[in-house]
Write a protein that binds this ligand. Structure first.
Ligand SMILES: Nc1ncnc2c1ncn2[C@@H]1O[C@H](COP(=O)(O)OP(=O)(O)OP(=O)(O)O)[C@@H](O)[C@H]1O
Ligand SMILES: [Mg+2]
Length: 360
């Protein structure tokens, strides 16, 4: 992202259009993006910022235009727009808490009031067991001795800044990368040596960061790829039909090239595709990346629903607040190491975590 902004600036533009420049960054990193935009603007650059992050938008914009389904529903000063009832409804959708009068983030972070009951410590016999994992890209040590466990039926979150090594950990578990030290076991399968297709067949599926849908294939064809490793083709097709009904967003667009879906719709597609592998453990890498709050709600509801149906979940998220809300336990990853761990509720109250990841 930073590289993209730098590349645009190299052209010495008069008008800079930024489309979600801080997507996937944590609050501290977002603050730096905000400072950068403020500085560029002070130096005389006109900026058109497209974003759903109200903290960022409120912090830098002199004027805000709100779009909803292709229509302009508000246009004015930040203070006026964020209190506009039409904006609040469009922004929060049916999830708006009763009496909500402003868009969350426009004043302060809303720490949700319903934490999960505190779960116990790391499970004694975990479904996924990772010990002293080390992964390098040539000379770059991305993961430096990481250990954690995920018990059957848990939702476990990994949170941490950009470049902390979270995706590297997930890619190692799905067999796409190989560690140079440490162990990773899924049941009795050794993930450090098993081929990726064998790992999928054993019930471990990954929904990768950035969705990785195939843009020119249709929605349906993308889902069929999720069932690739399965032999029960007829049943897989029935499941695809079921998923189309469960996620009308996909059903209504089943014959469209997946590249024509919005980011949020692509995310739902990527998750649905992952489910077709019948995972016992689902690895989700930044499922809410770049999504508007309503769509984030949808994605988190979907995660919760999948979990309720018995799938164990390992979730990597920049949206630490949402991740910690639904996680039984979580680990904070920094520069390739686990810095902190605990229940979702404990970590949400931890001042260090609040400062670094929750914007407080
Ligand atoms: N293919 C690669 N080759 C070389 N270095 C890489 C490669 N992929 C990642 N890295 C480096 O490894 C480190 C960890 O990257 P990783 O993608 O795991 O971070 P992350 O925690 O997922 O970050 P983000 O939140 O930005 O997705 C970073 O320093 C990154 O630059
Ligand atoms: Mg990542």
């Amino acid at each position: 992202r930073r590289l993209e902004v730098a590349r645009a600036l190299a052209l010495k533009p008069k008008l800079l259009i930024l489309d979600e420049p801080a997507a996937g960054m944590n609050p501290a990193e977002k603050d730096r993006v905000r400072e950068l935009i403020q500085q560029l603007n002070a130096d005389g650059l006109t900026v058109l910022l497209i974003d759903h992050d109200m903290r960022l938008v409120m912090g830098v914009c002199q004027r805000i235009v709100v779009l909803n389904f292709g229509r302009k529903i508000a246009d004015g000063a930040p203070g006026t727009v964020s209190n506009d009832p039409a904006v609040v409804t469009a922004y929060l959708g049916t999830h708006a808490p009763k009496g909500a009068t402003h868009v969350p983030g426009s004043e302060e972070m809303d720490i949700a009031a319903t934490p999960k009951p505190a779960a116990s410590a790391e499970p004694a016999s975990p479904l996924l067991d990772v010990r002293d994992l080390e992964v390098s890209y040539g000379a770059i040590k991305a993961v430096r001795g990481v250990s954690f466990g995920v018990g059957k039926g848990e939702i476990v979150a990994l949170i941490g800044a950009n470049g902390a090594g979270k995706s590297t950990i997930l890619n190692t578990l799905s067999g796409v990368l190989r560690p140079h030290a440490g162990t990773a076991r899924f049941g009795d399968l050794d993930l450090t040596t098993a081929a990726p297709d064998k790992i999928v067949r054993a019930g471990l599926a990954q929904v990768p960061e950035g969705r990785e849908i195939l843009a020119r294939l249709t929605v349906r064809e993308n889902m069929e790829l999720g069932a690739w490793a399965r032999r029960d083709r007829a049943r897989a097709h029935r499941e695809i039909d079921d998923l189309m009904k469960q996620f009308p967003i996909l059903g209504q667009r089943h014959n469209l090239p997946a590249g024509q879906l919005s980011g949020g719709e692509q995310q739902i597609l990527a998750i649905a595709r992952g489910l077709l592998a019948h995972p016992r453990l689902l690895l989700l890498d930044e499922p809410s990346l770049g999504l508007a709050p309503q769509m984030v709600d949808t994605v988190f509801e979907v995660i919760q629903r999948i979990h309720n149906e018995g799938v164990t979940i390992l979730l990597v998220e920049q949206n630490a607040l949402r991740a910690l809300e639904i996680a039984d336990r979580a680990y904070v990853v920094e520069t390739g190491r686990i810095l902190l761990s605990g229940t979702g509720a404990t970590l949400r109250r931890n001042p260090e975590v609040q400062k670094a990841y929750l914007g407080g």
